[in-house]
Design a protein around this ligand. Sequence first.
Ligand SMILES: [Zn+2]
Length: 302
Amino acid sequence: MRRMAWALPAVTLAVTACSVAPAGTPPAAPRPASRPAASPVATPTAPATTEAPAAVAAAATVPPRLPHSPHGGPGRFPPTGSGVLNKKIVLVDPGHNGGNFSAPEIINQLIWNGRESETCDTTGAETDTGYTEAQFNWNVARYLTADLRAAGATVILTRTSNTGVGPCVTKRTALANQAHASAAVSIHADGGPPGGRGFAILEPVADGINNAIIGPSARLGTDLRNAFAAGTGEPVSSYDGINGIQPRDDLAGVNLSTVPKVFIECANMRNPTDAALITTPAWQAKAARAIAAGLTTFLTQR
Ligand SMILES: [Zn+2]
């Protein structure tokens, strides 16, 4: 996510940022032309396996290929293996989209997020060298999807390319609700203060619509936090949340969810140490494996 709140007074730090720009922030502008070309899929899918995600062998060096849905829109992907996640449905939401930069008229449209107005989507964060969060999220999502399917899960993706626009955060959330997903995770990376690093889990706050998923989402968040720390070695955020957990009441993705749902800000793209790590396929695969492990704990032991 693009995180802008760190430049604001400290009192606002805990509740602003990510996919919502603070009031007064200019709408997303088209991307500058200098951004390096993204590196889309290149080689075949990681091999299917019947083992749990945490036991899957060496990660692919490029994100696994997925069949695209029409126009890169949402897609549903059946299991490729059989294992501990048999019969589970998992919604994987790679935040933002590579085409958002050139479609401000679409992504700046206002939606209702359950408490207030929010833009349909945002462009997301990027590293100082221009590696976009949309690309990072998409890469991690593809590794994660392969791991989950190999363990028996059906995976629903909110987008199936990194060249499209949106969909709106309301649509992303509705996809999980309509599928009665066992769990849902939105994958993001932050654009925080350069001196801060680490990851954070963003959890829902009860608002009526999401009341039934507060407890399960907190458990999912804890499982994900523990697995991500263990699997990646990434520290919990030094500036976002407490011990890696940050409740959020300003995101449609958690305000409108009726299935257990959290966001993960995998790292801070503006931090040089984090940026060097997370732009490599090896780290992206490792992050996905850790997310799969956290989801597996939640889905099998809760
Ligand atoms: Zn994001």
